[in-house]
Design a binder for this molecule. Sequence first.
Ligand code: UD1
Length: 344
Amino acid sequence: MKKTILVTGGTGYIGSHTVVELQQAGYETIIIDNLSNSNIEVLDGIEKITGIRPEFVRLDINDKEGLRDVLKSRTGIGGIIHFAASKAVGESVHKPLLYYRNNIVTLLNLLDLMPEAGIEAFVFSSSCTVYGQPDSLPVTEDAPVLPALSPYGNTKQIAEEIIRDCIHAGLPFKSIILRYFNPIGAHPSAETGELPNGIPQNLVPFVTQTAMGIRPELSVFGNDYNTVDGSCIRDYINVTDLAKAHVTAVNRMLENKSREKLEIFNLGTGRGVSVLELINAFETGTGVKVPYKIVSRREGDIEKVWANPERANKVLGWTAKETLEDTLASAWKWQKRLRERGIQ
Ligand code: UD1
């Protein structure tokens, strides 16, 4: 019988896809989420895919005593995957304390309680944002971490340091830090996907909402960058591929496949795609036009970044498999499903 995995933020975008993959790999899951940026109906979507309704606890991990009670009342928790965090870069600039509380205090609470609960494995959701604009591309995990451009980015850097210091101090757990590039798309069944609150900040939900006619047009933030067509370049990674990497990371720690107590992996495809290329791929793949206009650059945007995923490929044994075209098709299928359900 496999161990139980506690997934914080498990009703969120990446969290929900990861719960699906964990269940399909035979793990039991417990989700902790305060539903601040997600919806309880996500559990229905997970259940439709896997046939298993994950256990759910509504809790803000800032509530340390509440968290302690949850951990005390459960046995057999082998690992934690910690997604719960605030992630809007722009908002973080205006509300830094909210970000430090939600992204750092929560981490401290979890790390503090893990030893007393006997939990030995911790997966942390980090981001390629820690690299800033790297000097050389594709970027490897050994590239320097550059000063963050936002409180959000800073919380990811600080969180990585906190985990490193805990491991160095000999706390009784292992950790894998996963640095995501740009997760996009939805589960192929369209039972789960990304559900942005209000106006989407991220590119792909804005593209699908514009294609659906919910937004009149997409703004492309800048066409004067030093790139193939002047628009920014990112490494867009399929969310189900990304979710599978979490299962591999958990297996690796629980099955003692590594002697390292802390490992860091880039999760990307290794392919850089510009904003205009992505719009073009969406239009070609779906046959639906996305009206767009070029506007000025967005403050804080990185010009170009894409992963060298070799360490994840070779050491972790995980590779991104889905194509950009299929991934965009999955995002579009999800958007259409939301329309059928009268949600957007
Ligand atoms: C950033 C961070 C990422 C973080 C994420 C959280 C970097 C490199 N990445 O992603 O770590 O997890 O925020 O939200 O710092 N774009 C448009 N029009 C739009 C929206 C976006 O042109 O309406 C462009 C952006 O300029 C960018 C690309 O699309 O070039 C992707 O943007 P987005 O989806 O917001 O993700 P990042 O900013 O790359």
